[in-house]
Write a protein that binds this ligand. Structure first.
Ligand SMILES: [Zn+2]
Length: 75
């Protein structure tokens, strides 16, 4: 699809690193499936994956995790 941000690039499947902050916790998820613009580099994450990341970040925060880097693995 055409990138809705820059209107020039085409988006392609790839992987992104996503950082989430929940309270005191900062979580970095690597290799998150994403659609990435080949022109401006904007990363688009599906709602399903975003929901999964938020849930994991919330769980980590509840466990007292402060800073962590994790591999994203599809459930
Ligand atoms: Zn773009």
């Amino acid at each position: 699809m055409k990138c809705p941000i820059c209107k020039h690039g085409d988006t392609k499947p790839g992987y992104a690193s996503i950082t989430l902050e929940r309270g005191d916790a900062t979580l970095v998820f690597k290799h998150v499936p994403a659609t990435i613009c080949d022109n401006c580099g904007e990363e688009f994450i599906s709602e399903e994956i975003t929901g999964s990341l938020l849930e994991r970040a919330g769980r980590a925060a509840a466990e007292g995790v402060r800073v962590d880097v994790r591999e994203y693995q599809a459930a």
